[in-house]
Design a protein around this ligand. Structure first.
Ligand code: ZN
Length: 303
């Protein structure tokens, strides 16, 4: 748990593009506490939300897969497969009229890390979709049998709807990264609601399932951002490993940072949009097989 604090102070304030600073230390401290609870209690079964939506009874234990011995077995991601098991009847209905998942107060704080007791890692990919890089990332993930989480920008999703569908169709987790990638912590509640709500509506329409997680650009969490996100049925996902690939420091630097900061339960931040992401793609090409060789399994956040 000590590493969570380090993650918060060193990594949580940088984030996409590095433009935004984490606004509230108190908020970040609170987030660390939640993080610990999530990591140590992977199956809390969020109580008040069991029936309204197909995503309401997620498998909170994100990596139940048996110990993998090959790339194919590394697909330990339950999130994409959980809806059929948990809510078969309402899955189609949600496409037409998604009802927000009920997010508890505890769940409305950013999650910085997953189950640190397991050798699992969540790969998250922000700022897409981008036709220049998203297909390459998808191909790599397919190659190694890995499912990841894509935090999509509404504007980009609107411009490339087929790519959104492709990401979802390949079983990856689709999440909300705002409509236009502003510093949400500097916006009014109404503006935040517009940024997040519009994006959720679009992603829900394109994929048939409204996002249940969101990420504030640059880690720009604020009480208002968290409140609005919860009202829209989404939990906030931060990160614990940030190679700062957005700054294009070079493929080797990105790769080394990823390898150095990696630890069980890590939520790894990468980008497939927002600029030239060829270095990120190249770094993933080296990093992903290394993860598998090291015995890591891959997970997505619980649905
Ligand atoms: Zn971003």
């Amino acid at each position: 748990m000590l590493m969570l604090g380090a993650g918060l102070s060193l990594l949580g304030v940088a984030g996409c593009h590095g433009n935004f600073r984490g606004p509230l230390r108190g908020e970040e401290a609170a987030a660390g506490a939640l993080d610990a609870s999530l990591a140590e209690a992977p199956s809390p079964a969020p109580s008040p939300s069991s029936s309204p939506t197909p995503s309401a009874s997620p498998t909170e234990s994100p990596a139940p897969a048996p110990a993998p011995s090959s790339a194919a077995a590394a697909t330990g991601t339950p999130a994409p497969s959980s809806p059929p098991a948990s809510a078969p009847a309402s899955a189609s209905a949600s496409a037409a009229a998604p009802s927000p998942r009920v997010v508890t107060a505890a769940e409305s704080r950013p999650v910085y890390e997953l189950d640190a007791a397991r050798k699992v890692v969540a790969i998250t990919v922000d700022d897409g979709p981008d036709p220049r890089y998203t297909p390459a990332v998808l191909a790599l993930l397919d190659q190694y049998g890995i499912r990841a989480s894509f935090f999509l920008i509404g504007e980009n999703a609107d411009a490339h709807p087929d790519l959104v569908r492709e990401v979802a169709a390949r079983g990856h987790h689709i999440a909300n990264h705002s409509w236009s990638h502003p510093d949400l912590s500097g916006l009014s509640a109404a503006k935040v609601r517009d940024e997040l709500g519009r994006t959720s509506e679009l992603l829900g329409r394109l994929t048939g399932r409204a996002p249940t997680w969101f990420r504030a650009p640059g880690g720009g969490w604020s009480p208002t951002v968290l409140k609005v996100g919860a009202e829209l049925g989404m939990r906030p996902m931060a990160w614990s490993v940030d190679p700062q690939d957005w700054a294009t420091p070079g493929t080797d630097v990105i790769t080394k940072r990823l390898e150095k900061e990696l630890r069980p339960g890590a939520i790894v931040l990468t980008h497939d949009g927002g600029g030239d992401r060829s270095q990120t793609v190249a770094a993933l090409k080296a990093f992903l097989p290394m993860l598998i060789d090291s015995g890591y399994r891959f997970t997505a956040p619980p649905g």
